[in-house]
Ligand binder design. Structure first.
Ligand SMILES: [Zn+2]
Length: 321
């Protein structure tokens, strides 16, 4: 299946596959995709076209990116916190051969929200296509592929005590909680944004309805400066909200009045999935971002008393929840 970097209208003969009701009563198992799907789009920073393919993977594979334009051996990069090599404009992972894949966070958020544990992500260039600047296209792709339960127990990372990182007026923390929760706030001088806060308990439908369509954003003057430095060559009003003088430049306006903070929450979901498994805990972020998210994971893993791996408990059917 192929979709282009335009509004997603492709139809598909494969119905989205959910779990069978009986599976909900058994202990949680790992999941992968049922089929292979792909899309083509532009990398926002280099501005080059890239094709992304999502393929099913064996249990305990995790999320592994494969640069198909590079030679065997140097082209695999596991999506894991200690492989993050750059966080200035987006999240970039790399391996010891110097191979990198950038802008992985929106795809990672969609995979996390769909409870996908194992997938091979093939990309034929240095960047995941930006699509419309949100996770919407990736949610669509995962739905089209379908999700399949595998014969292996699922583990999750349980936060046992608070861990926090503060820097330059930014503050991020992970705290113990019964579910995977996010509480994110941002503060900008722009009268259009000002202070926004969004609290969210992660669920597949909640992500689809409230978070996945929120686009990345930038300020007009910053975009011009970035372009002069050679960044954001693929950036356009098709893949980002652009704010200029307290107004949204994009013709269609905003998708949500608080789309900005919803997108920051989307980024946090994707970046924290680099823990290597779902996190059972509350993430709190105040003016955070990719750099702070990665620092928080490094702080978490540095304190072995702050977390524990646990076999994920059985899911409760919605009717009984
Ligand atoms: Zn983002």
């Amino acid at each position: 299946m192929l979709i282009q970097n335009t509004p997603v209208t492709a139809s598909c003969s494969t119905a989205p596959q959910g779990l069978h009701a009986s599976a909900l009563l058994t202990p949680a198992r790992q999941k992968t995709l049922r089929g292979t799907v792909q899309c083509t789009g532009i990398g926002v920073h280099a501005g080059e076209s890239a094709t992304l393919r999502l393929l099913p993977a064996e249990p305990d594979t995790g999320i592994v990116f494969v640069r198909t334009d590079l030679k065997n051996g140097a082209r695999s990069i596991k999506a894991q916190w200690d492989n993050v090599v750059e966080t200035r404009l987006c999240t970039v992972i790399g391996n010891r051969y110097g191979s990198k894949v950038a802008t992985i966070e929106h795809l990672m958020a969609a995979l996390r929200a769909a409870d996908v544990d194992n997938v091979i992500v093939e990309v034929d260039g240095p960047e995941v296509p930006i699509m419309d600047g949100s996770a919407d296209s990736f949610v669509f792709l995962i739905d089209m592929a379908g999700v399949m339960v595998q014969d292996a127990p699922r583990r999750e990372l349980v936060v046992l005590k608070p861990v926090e990182v503060k820097a330059d007026g930014k503050h991020v923390a992970l705290l113990p909680a019964e579910e995977s929760q996010f509480d994110v706030s941002i503060s900008f001088a722009s009268a259009l944004i000002q202070t926004q806060r969004y609290a969210f308990t992660l669920s597949q439908n909640g992500f689809k309805n409230e978070i996945s369509r929120a686009r990345t954003f930038g300020f007009y003057d910053d975009v011009e400066k970035m372009r002069a430095l050679g960044f954001m060559r693929g950036g356009s009003l098709d893949n980002a909200i652009v704010v200029r003088d307290e107004t949204v430049v994009n013709e269609g306006g905003l998708r949500f009045a608080d789309e900005f903070v919803r997108h920051k929450l989307l980024d946090a979901i994707g970046d924290l999935f680099l823990a290597g498994a779902p996190i059972r805990g509350l993430f709190k972020g105040s003016c955070g971002g990719h750099t702070m998210h990665n620092k928080l994971l490094r702080a978490l893993f540095a304190d072995e008393t702050a977390w524990v791996w646990q076999e994920a408990p059985a899911l409760i059917p919605a009717a009984q929840a």
